[in-house]
Design a protein. Structure first.
Length: 160
């Protein structure tokens, strides 16, 4: 994060945003997946997992997001997704969030990602059928809470 911010180079930022595309999610999993959710590596892991899911399943992401808007209007506003939230818009918003990690205020990027997760979670819960979908909705909500805590920790200087 600090190296990406220090570079102040759009090409470096884009490379960091698309890091999973280059090295694969499994490589990042080896580095960060076992780190606590309320740590910088844990937060980055969750952000990259979220981006990988949106990239892998943009139709699913947009369906869940669209379904969740009516339950989580303020979170939709914080996430910053365009309306209607189609597959391409999902990709754009998650890449904007990731760029914010390296170019903007990390706490704001984490809050946007948390808001995005809350909308998706509400949508998954609304359109779900079966225990797996309900569990996925709950897992995304847990991710949102962890990202929110990480934003607070970043602001206080305690996210490491």
């Amino acid at each position: 994060v600090h190296a990406g911010r220090a570079a102040a180079d759009p090409a470096v930022t884009q490379k960091l945003v698309a890091l999973v595309d280059d090295i694969g999610l499994s490589t990042l999993a080896e580095l960060w997946s076992q780190r606590p959710a309320r740590s910088l590596p844990g937060a980055l892991w969750r952000l990259y997992v979220l981006r990988a899911w949106v990239r892998r399943a943009p139709d699913e992401a947009s369906r869940a997001y669209a379904a969740g808007i009516r339950f989580t209007g303020p979170n939709h506003a914080v996430a910053g997704a365009a309306e209607p939230p189609g597959p391409q818009e999902m990709g754009r918003v998650i890449d904007e969030v990731m760029r914010g990690v390296f170019e903007g205020d990390l706490a704001v990027a984490l809050e946007r990602a948390a808001a995005f997760c809350r909308v998706v979670s509400a949508g998954r819960a609304d359109i779900s059928s079966g225990d797996d979908s309900a569990e996925q909705a709950a897992n995304v909500l847990v991710m949102a809470e962890a990202l929110t805590v990480c934003a607070r920790l970043w602001r206080s200087g305690d996210l490491h």
